[in-house]
Every structure is written in structure tokens, then in C-alpha cells.
Design a protein around this ligand. Structure first.
Ligand code: NAP
Length: 219
């Protein structure tokens, strides 16, 4: 598989990149980011891009791929709906629309979160915005699209969150997170399991488009 990865500097993306570089079925990884991911590997190529709302300038670099792992995302804390929607829906759909046009055989995997609101009408702002984003991704002409909705993610193998308060919670909560991961698979997974599961669904498919933590942990 040839893979395009967004969000490789973040917690989910670092975990996904690690698993891609270790997996024999992943032939190459193109990381698209606004900052360098800080890794070097024979399978890895990186493009720095300034405008995540418009990918037309790099279209020629984005063809010939089998899978996209879209791990880019922001926390809604302290943001109004318009700003959160701009950084969530607009960026994701700009990338996905370009990729589906250039790679009709592509499998697109998007990381949202537990509680995402597919009705787009519930009380939680972030959940509605992610629900709209998921729903519109599922309408694009990809070979297949999968929505990953993990609850908590325990970072493993040196993976760190870019979001300071999230990282602080993970550092303080290590013993509890490890326990939860064992006893409550509906609420906890690991950065390794998320990365492994993304590769699995891109390679083998999955019977339904939305995967919760339990599904991710079973793969
Ligand atoms: N962490 C968890 O426990 C958890 C649980 C469930 C769901 N999720 C979801 O998983 C997704 C990723 O979360 P994460 O924890 O990996 O986040 P993170 O550590 O904060 O990383 C965010 C990533 O998105 C990129 N990014 C953010 N804003 C951008 C922008 N305007 N333009 C370009 N790139 C941008 C960052 O790149 P830069 O390096 O350039 O800033 C970074 O690669 C989010 O949608 C989140 O809701 C996370």
C-alpha cells in the first residue's frame, strides 16, 4: 500500500506513522504537514504545505495512493462553532475532495471521536461538526471510507500529544489509562492499536463504516 498521512506530528498521527513504517504491507508513506514530523525513514517522504484549505498547488504530488490516514484534528476547547468547523470540516473536506478526485481507488480513514453525532442536531457542538464532517466524507467517491471514533487513547512508544492539556492528562494518568485499556475496551485504546487498525481496514476492509473503540481494539 502507498499511504498519505495527515497529522503526523500529532498524537494519533505519530502512532499511525510508527505502525506504517513497521508494516511490511506499507510500501511508502507521504506525510503532508505544515511542520516537519522529525522522522527519517527509507519509506517516508514529506511535503510541507502552507494552506490546508487548498491543495491544488500540490495535486501532482497526491496521485497514485491507495490509502489516506487523516489524523489531523483540533480540540474544540475555547473555540466557537464557526472556528471549530473551519478547522475541522473545511480542512478535512478540502483534503478529502482533492484526494478522491485524484485517487478513485483510495480508502480514506478519518479519526473523529466517541460521541460523534451523525444526526448533526445534538446539543454538543464538537459532536455535530464531526458528525457533519463524517457524513460528507462518506458521500465522496472513495473506494471506501472509515470513520474511527476512539474514546481515550493511551500514547505508547514515546508518542506525545501536541495539545498541552491532553498531554498533561496522559502523563499524570498513566497507571489509570493502562488499567482502563485492559478492563474497559469501550473507553480506551492505544496509539498502537489505532495505527494497526487503520492499516487493517485499508488493507482488508471492514463490515461497517464507523468503528468505535471496541472495534479498533478487536482488529
Ligand atoms: N488524543 C486522543 O486521546 C483522541 C481521542 C479521540 C479522538 N481524537 C481525535 O484524533 C484527532 C487527532 O488528535 P491528536 O490527539 O493526535 O491531536 P494533536 O496531538 O493535538 O495533533 C493535532 C495534529 O493536527 C495538526 N493540525 C492541527 N491544526 C492544523 C492546521 N490548522 N493545519 C494543519 N495541521 C493542523 C497538527 O499539526 P501541527 O504539528 O502543524 O500543529 C497535528 O499534527 C483529533 O480529531 C481528535 O479529536 C484524539
Amino acid at each position: 500500500m502507498k499511504v498519505v498521512l495527515f497529522g503526523a506530528t500529532g498524537m494519533v498521527g505519530q502512532g499511525c506513522l510508527r505502525e506504517c513504517l513497521r508494516d511490511a504491507d506499507v510500501e511508502s508513506v507521504l506525510v503532508v504537514g505544515r511542520n516537519r514530523c522529525g522522522q527519517r525513514h527509507a519509506k517516508l517522504r514529506e511535503i510541507l504545505h502552507g494552506d490546508f484549505f487548498d491543495f491544488t498547488k500540490i495535486e501532482s504530488e497526491l496521485t497514485g495512493y491507495d490509502a489516506c490516514f487523516f489524523c489531523l484534528g483540533v480540540s474544540s476547547v475555547g473555540m466557537d462553532e464557526a472556528r471549530y468547523r473551519h478547522l475541522t470540516y473545511d480542512i478535512t473536506l478540502a483534503a478529502a475532495t482533492t484526494l478522491s478526485k485524484l485517487n478513485p481507488g483510495m480508502v480514506f480513514v478519518y479519526v473523529t471521536g466517541r460521541g460523534t453525532d451523525s444526526t448533526e442536531r445534538g446539543p454538543l457542538m464538537w459532536a455535530r461538526v464531526k458528525g457533519t464532517t463524517e457524513n460528507d466524507l462518506l458521500k465522496l467517491p472513495f473506494k471506501a471510507a472509515y470513520m474511527f471514533r476512539p474514546a481515550g487513547i493511551q500514547p505508547l512508544h514515546g508518542v506525545k500529544s501536541k495539545t498541552a492539556w491532553v498531554q498533561a492528562i496522559y502523563v499524570v494518568g498513566v497507571p489509570l489509562l493502562s488499567l482502563l485499556n485492559r478492563v474497559a475496551p469501550a473507553y480506551m485504546t492505544t496509539s498502537e492499536q489505532v495505527g494497526r487498525a487503520m492499516i487493517h481496514v485499508a488493507r482488508n476492509g471492514f463490515p461497517k463504516p464507523v468503528l468505535e473503540s471496541e472495534d479498533i481494539n478487536r482488529l
